[in-house]
Each structure stands twice: as structure tokens, then as C-alpha cells.
Design a protein around this ligand. Structure first.
Ligand code: ADE
Ligand code: ZN
Length: 325
């Protein structure tokens, strides 16, 4: 039974990869539509394959599944499905990542990706009252030059893209590799966010702050190992977009009961709760709130604080943020 308090709690979702919201049913529909072969015979077996040993096991499967997205309509359908689901979860503001390089590699033009996602955002605002925003991400296993090319490519959409991010394989690809990318993104007027301290160490979170100067850190759970860094994150009020079910599914933590979210909250960090790649990790944003309620004993007042944090940490206009607090 979904918890009614959580279900109706107004919230923002700040860490969700659109390509990671592809439900197996839509995956198979798009594979058929675009004549792309999949490694599973049916939806049930695809779902059964969603068991991971870690981030580097998960990412190739994510990229493979995402390769079924080929036409503009596919991107529209994907974004529409996620926004519909999010609105049902009480999400009022959704800042969604799109990792455009995966699709550029497959020959999908940038306009085909961005125009359709932006159209789905506009339609969902009109039809569902949900406020969507787009953050374009680059992949850190590629070069900084490739990430800078993304900035050039998306420049015609500058005013309609709220932020720039960085995801994919963290270990071995430290933040310093992308210092120039973040500086260039800031110079172009984007808000910025970086995955750090997911399966990488606390040092990557510190380095991200020092050399990338992001507005937010995605995940950041490794920071809890480093009291000095925790104090800095608290004092500088750096938001952390934490994804509890993702962290369990990718074995960043051994179990939900062992997740550091409670410790992060108690340390005074500006923590938010998010879904990352919901069908792959067993749930949407409310499932994440429910998991931390059940397994970490976070009470309703704390869940409401987390939801308020999500608006405070958003890239929305301050006046609209204030209306949610
Ligand atoms: N891309 C999609 N999900 C991701 C995650 N959990 N970490 C890094 N990159 C991602
Ligand atoms: Zn992520």
C-alpha cells in the first residue's frame, strides 16, 4: 500500500536520467517500432536481468536499452511517460537529465532529441501541471573535448535548457578531467551539477567542488566518510541529490538499512531524495521516500524536510521556489 502522506507530499525530482526511465514495455514497443534487436525475448526476462554488480555493470545495459530510441516520437513518448508517472507521485518540478551522446552515436540528430523532449515538457505543463526542465549531461568516460562539443551542439537551445551535468563511469574519470567543461558551461549561463561520490571516493566530491564549482552534487554519498568534507558541504549548503534505491541496486551500499542518508540529514546536509533510473532500480521517487521511511526510520517531519529541500535545491526561479517552502 503506498503511504498516503508520501504520495501527496509535493516534491521536486532533481536526479533522474530520462533514458533511464525506459520501462521494459516501452523498451519492447520501441525495439519493434525501430527494428532494433534486444538481448531478451520478452519484458519479464528483461526485468529479470535488472540485477547489477555495480555501476560499471549497469551502464552498458542502460546504453544498450537506450539504443532503441531512434525517432523524435520515441523521445516524446519517453518523456511523456516519465512526466505522467512523476506527476502521479506528487512531483511538481522535475529536472531531468538527457545523455545526448548515446543517441548522437546512434545517428539521432540533436534536434530530434531536444525538440521532442521540450515538446513533452510543454505538453505536460499544460495537461498535468508538472513543471519539467531539461539538464543535458555528458559522459565522463569520454573526453572533455567530446563534452565541449556537446555544449556547442546544444547552443541553439541555450535558453530552453536549464543545466549541464556529467554522468557515467566515475572511477578513473575524476572531476578534474572536466574542469574546462564546467567552466565553459557556467560561462554560457547554465546551472551545473556533477555525479560525484557515487562509486568514487569522497576525494572526488572535494575535487568536484574545488575544480568544477557545481551548483549541486549528484549522489555524494561517499562524502559521509570524510568529516571535514561533510562540514564544508553543510557550510556551503551544497545540495546532494541522493538516490537510495539506486545505491542499493548498484551496491554502493550493502543494504537500505546501511544507507548513510539518515547520517547525512543529521549532519545538516542539504539532502534530496530521487530515483536515478527508476525501472532498473525498483522504483520511482515515492518508492525511494518509502524505502528510507521504512528502513531508516525517517519520520514524516523529516520526509517533509527532504521534500522542501528538493525545491530549495532546484534550479527554478527563487520566487517560485519560495512558493513551495
Ligand atoms: N547514468 C545513469 N545512471 C547513472 C548513475 N547512477 N551514475 C552515473 N551515471 C548514470
Ligand atoms: Zn544519476
Amino acid at each position: 500500500m503506498p503511504d498516503a502522506f508520501i504520495a501527496t507530499l509535493p516534491k521536486a525530482e532533481l536526479h533522474v536520467h530520462l533514458e533511464g526511465t525506459l520501462e521494459p514495455e516501452l523498451l519492447f514497443a520501441l525495439a519493434a517500432r525501430n527494428e532494433v534487436a534486444l538481448p531478451w525475448p520478452d519484458v519479464d526476462q528483461a526485468r529479470a536481468a535488472y540485477t547489477f554488480t555495480g555501476l560499471e555493470h549497469f551502464l552498458p545495459l542502460l546504453f544498450r536499452s537506450a539504443s532503441v530510441l531512434r525517432a523524435g516520437q520515441d523521445f516524446y513518448d519517453l518523456a511523456h511517460a516519465y512526466l505522467t508517472r512523476a506527476a502521479a507521485d506528487g512531483v511538481r518540478r522535475a529536472e531531468m537529465f538527457l545523455g545526448v551522446q548515446t543517441f548522437l552515436d546512434a545517428g539521432v540528430p540533436i534536434a530530434c532529441q531536444l525538440d521532442t523532449v521540450l515538446a513533452a515538457i510543454a505538453d505536460a505543463r499544460a495537461d498535468l501541471g508538472i513543471d519539467g526542465a531539461l539538464i543535458v549531461t555528458s559522459q565522463r568516460h569520454r573526453s572533455q573535448a567530446a563534452a565541449l562539443e556537446v555544449l556547442d551542439l546544444i547552443q541553439p537551445w541555450r535558453e530552453r535548457i536549464i543545466g549541464i551535468g556529467l554522468g557515467a563511469a566515475e572511477r578513473g574519470n575524476p572531476p578534474v578531467k572536466f574542469a574546462g567543461y564546467f567552466a565553459a558551461a557556467r560561462a554560457r549561463g547554465y546551472r551545473t551539477t556533477i555525479h560525484a561520490g557515487e562509486d568514487g571516493p569522497a576525494d572526488y566530491v572535494r575535487e568536484a567542488l574545488d575544480v568544477c564549482e557545481p551548483d549541486r552534487i549528484d549522489h555524494g554519498v561517499a562524502a559521509i566518510d570524510d568529516p571535514e568534507l561533510v562540514a564544508r558541504l553543510r557550510d556551503e549548503e551544497i545540495p546532494l541529490t541522493v538516490c537510495p534505491l539506486s545505491n542499493v541496486a548498484l551496491r554502493v551500499v550493502p543494504s537500505m538499512a546501511a544507507h548513510p542518508l539518515r547520517a547525512m540529514v543529521e549532519a545538516g546536509l542539504l539532502v534530496t531524495v530521487n530515483s536515478d533510473d527508476p525501472p532498473y532500480f525498483g522504483g520511482y521517487v515515492n518508492d525511494n521516500y518509502e524505502a528510507v521511511h521504512t528502513h531508516l526510520g525517517l519520520d514524516r517531519a523529516t520526509l517533509a524536510d527532504l521534500a522542501r529541500n528538493s525545491f530549495r535545491a532546484s534550479f527554478d526561479d527563487p520566487a517560485r521556489v519560495a512558493a513551495h517552502l
